[in-house]
Write a protein that binds this ligand. Structure first.
Ligand code: ARG
Length: 514
């Protein structure tokens, strides 16, 4: 510990430069060297990060007696992550400036200069001509500094009645609204791919599993449409999230609003928000929508991961139910025969990172004292990671689903195994007036008899059936065998081909409207 302290005292990059006599003595060390008062540019020969060319750097920190060292600059900056918010920051700033002009807090001419300047900056960023300088900490300061650089005095008025606290809260909401739409489109495309696949296998039957043990026969289409249902909930969840986040915090300032007559509703309207936030103290510290958004991403990832898990299992030699297209498989560097479902394994694996983001945001939020705290800056990496990961997984899933093949021959050749028709037989007995619990017992003993005889239920003779239950008639065979069983399902939403076809028709109608 003592050693570490000594080392830090020896002109380490972290040592701040004081703006007094000692400061001049330190000129030429690895620490920042520009005097705040002079406004001159910072020496970069010292190795200090940052652009020496922009006058007014860290102008917002005149209160401090020294500038941060490289260590702090690197630690505090979020520009490397939040620069992707630039469009939203600029759109928000234009709306804010417009409102300032309407409220006569800036002149029309100043508004024009601000607008033109911001549009130019936007173009520079889009074309990769903008020099991002992390000494400006984040995208908000970087753009404002560039604006002041470009248009001078008018640029200094943009931040009137605004804090980065309400600004960033607005930017994230604007970004998220758009991101949700992108995710919804990708969800819909994947749903359509599943429906198309379901159409192809509308008449085919596979075993349905519970506890990964053979349970009852289901139509392959019903199995596939189960993912469409999951994705539909994801779609609606995102829609709800978008509606809930659609309030504008702009005008909440740092925490208390402003003494200036800002037209908050006007800005909110311009930015397409459905309302304003009604408590400035809450508005600047609220990131509930980020947690909710990541949760929604986490559930999408969960659903894709379950599909991936199924198909990893279904594609193995032992199952052989599905064949993943070669384009989505990889081989082994050692075993020449291998066709590995790596893409699916990665969809499953990437879910872990999305869950990580969810845990992270919840943990970041849980101990926030009321108001804005810099901890909140850590929100962005997680919303971006979660959405980027889920976007990629949705795209990949759609590709896999669009090219997967079910080996219906292999699947149907195994349908006789596992007594998939046992429940149907018990329900047949219910139809003959036998109480279900009793019927369950009768079929249980029939199954155990068959197991000993190495027979299927439908291979038993009527006499053998009658020995266990006198109510069984020759019509029993109508209820045995996977194909017959699925055709007997009558409940709404059941996993038979008739129900599946109805669902396909529903989804085709529903999804075409999106
Ligand atoms: N980069 C910051 C963030 O993402 C912007 C807000 C900074 N506010 C402040 N009071 N330092 O949260």
């Amino acid at each position: 510990m003592a050693k570490a302290e000594t080392r830090l005292g020896e002109g380490d990059a972290e040592t701040p430069v004081r703006r007094d006599a000692t400061a001049s003595q330190r000129e030429g060390t690895k620490t920042p060297s520009r005097s705040r008062k002079s406004g001159s540019t910072r020496s970069t020969s010292s190795g200090q990060a940052g652009s020496p060319s922009r006058a007014g750097s860290r102008d917002w920190e005149k209160r401090l007696t020294c500038e941060p060292g490289e260590l702090t600059v690197n630690f505090v900056e979020s520009l490397s992550i939040d620069k992707r918010l630039y469009k939203y920051d600029i759109v928000g700033s234009i709306a804010h400036a417009q409102m300032l002009a309407e409220q006569k807090l800036i002149t029309k001419d100043e508004l024009k200069q601000i607008k033109d300047g911001l549009i130019e900056i936007s173009q520079e960023i889009a074309e990769g001509r903008f020099k991002f300088d992390k000494t400006y900490e984040d995208i908000h300061m970087a753009i404002e500094a560039a604006l002041v650089d470009k248009i001078g005095e008018a640029g200094k008025k943009l931040h009137t009645g605004r804090s980065r606290n309400d600004q960033v809260a607005t930017d994230i909401r604007l970004w998220m609204r758009d991101e949700i739409e992108i995710l919804q489109v990708k969800i819909t495309l994947l749903q359509k791919a599943f429906v198309k696949l379901a159409e192809k296998y509308a008449e085919d039957v596979m075993p349905g599993y519970t506890h990964l043990q053979r349970a009852q026969p289901v139509s392959i289409a019903s199995y596939l449409l189960s993912f469409v249902e999951q994705l539909e909930r994801d779609f609606i969840r995102l829609k709800n999230c978008s509606e809930l986040l659609n309030t504008c915090p702009l005008g909440s300032g740092a925490i208390a609003g402003s003494t200036l007559p800002l037209d908050r509703k006007g800005t909110a309207k311009q930015l397409g928000f459905s309302d304003i936030s009604y408590n400035s103290v809450d508005a600047v510290g609220d990131r509930d929508f980020c947690a909710e958004f990541i949760f929604d991403c986490a559930l999408i990832a969960t659903h894709l991961s379950r599909m991936a898990e199924d198909w990893i299992i279904y594609s193995c030699e032992e199952f052989g139910f599905v064949r993943i297209d070669d384009s989505y498989c990889t081989s082994s560097s050692m075993m020449p025969q291998k066709r590995n479902p790596d893409v699916l394994e990665l969809i499953r694996g990437k879910t872990g990172s999305v869950y990580g983001s969810l845990m992270a945001i919840l943990t970041i939020l849980k101990a926030q004292p009321t108001g804005y705290n810099r901890d909140l800056q850590e929100d962005k990496v997680h919303i971006f990671t979660a959405s980027d990961t889920v976007e990629a997984c949705l795209d990949m899933s759609r590709a896999v689903v669009s090219h997967v093949k079910f080996d219906t021959k292999k699947i149907s050749s195994g349908l006789g195994k596992g007594f998939l028709d046992a429940t149907s037989l018990a329900e047949y007995l219910v139809g003959k007036g036998i109480a279900f619990r009793e019927a369950h017992g009768i079929v249980g003993s029939l199954v155990s008899y068959c197991e000993k005889q190495n027979k299927r239920l439908k291979e038993l003779s009527l006499e053998q059936f009658k020995q266990k239950c006198a109510s069984i008639e020759s019509d029993v065979y109508e209820n045995l065998g996977a194909a017959k069983v699925v055709s007997k399902y009558v409940t709404e939403g059941a996993a038979g081909p008739q129900q599946a076809k109805r669902q396909i028709a529903y989804w085709n109608k529903q999804l075409v409207q999106r």
